[in-house]
Design a protein around this ligand. Structure first.
Ligand SMILES: [Zn+2]
Length: 296
């Protein structure tokens, strides 16, 4: 096993469940190898839809207690992944889920989308300067699929990375620190198309209908991918972490569905595009370690 002591990975996500869907295998791998894996979740996912009928009373238009429930789901998911360092940006409940783009919840006071980027970023700067990760993982500028909280998570993560390294910025938040490598979550079109082909060949794997490539966040041509992490050895942990988010996700074997019930492939190889920093693979090849080329 590679000695990963001293390696630190920070992931910034919008809602509980995003980390397990996007990065569950990567997180499990690095945690198992001894790296410090830190997850920052920006909201409690209060506006999510609830899959199990028995928990429908938690929904925001009824008791509005989904956030607290999702905190416990996230805790269970982190146990499955072996990750102990997880925080909510600004503390639990500081920023609220903004709902889908255009929803009235976007403009609610305290909604993440309705918060100044620099105000939210300051909370993350403090974490960056304390943990000093060599690698940051977040979404692309569109948040993968245009959800306001995902777009905002991208903006806040990128802004915090910038501010953390500025010598003159808020020394009360810690010593300046420059993150060497920043990745965006991506999915290569070929891999997701192949996954859908298998799913259709299996008759939908128990889901009433099958989603399409357009429903998958972050899909890009394969050439854009600069790193791929083979999570085969951690696939069961990723599945278990996704199952822990039971209000949001249903898992059937190698496939899963969100609240719309549409089956889609559960990818255990996870893909990234290097957005900032120097890669450890020759041009045109993919890295197989997010820390490749990191020296400190
Ligand atoms: Zn999300």
């Amino acid at each position: 096993m590679t000695d990963l002591s001293g390696r630190r990975l920070l992931l910034v996500h919008a809602h509980p469940d995003d980390e397990s869907i996007n990065n569950g295998a990567t997180m499990a791998r690095y945690a198992a190898e001894g790296a410090l894996v830190t997850l920052v979740t920006c909201t409690l996912g209060e506006e999510g839809e609830v899959i199990p009928p028995g928990l429908a009373h938690l929904a925001p238009d009824r008791e509005d207690r989904l956030g607290a429930h999702r905190v416990s789901e996230l805790g269970d998911a982190m146990k499955e992944l072996g990750v102990t360092d997880h925080l909510f940006l600004g503390g639990s409940g500081r920023f609220r889920d903004s709902g889908m783009m255009g929803a009235p919840q976007n403009r609610r006071p305290g909604a993440f989308w309705n918060t100044e980027v620099d105000e939210a970023a300051a909370h993350l700067v403090e974490i960056v300067r304390d943990r000093r990760p060599q690698v940051l993982v977040t979404y692309d500028p569109d948040g993968g699929y245009g959800h306001p909280d995902h777009i905002q998570a991208h903006r806040v993560a990128m802004r915090a990375a910038e501010l953390a390294g500025e010598r003159a910025y808020r020394r009360d938040l810690g010593e300046p620190y420059e993150i060497p490598k920043i990745y965006w979550n991506r999915v290569p079109r070929g891999a997701v198309e192949a996954g859908f082909a298998r799913l259709r060949a299996e008759g939908g794997a128990g889901f009433p209908a099958v989603a399409s490539v357009a429903d998958v966040p972050g899909v890009v041509p394969g050439e854009r991918i600069t790193a791929e992490i083979d999570g085969a050895a951690h696939a069961d942990r990723k599945r278990a972490a996704m199952r822990a988010h039971a209000t949001q996700i249903t898992v059937h074997g190698d496939y899963f569905a969100l609240s719309n019930g549409l089956g889609q492939p559960l990818l255990t190889t996870e893909y990234y595009e290097l957005a900032r920093g120097t890669g450890g693979a020759p041009a045109g090849e993919r890295e197989h370690d997010l820390f490749a080329g990191v020296t400190a």
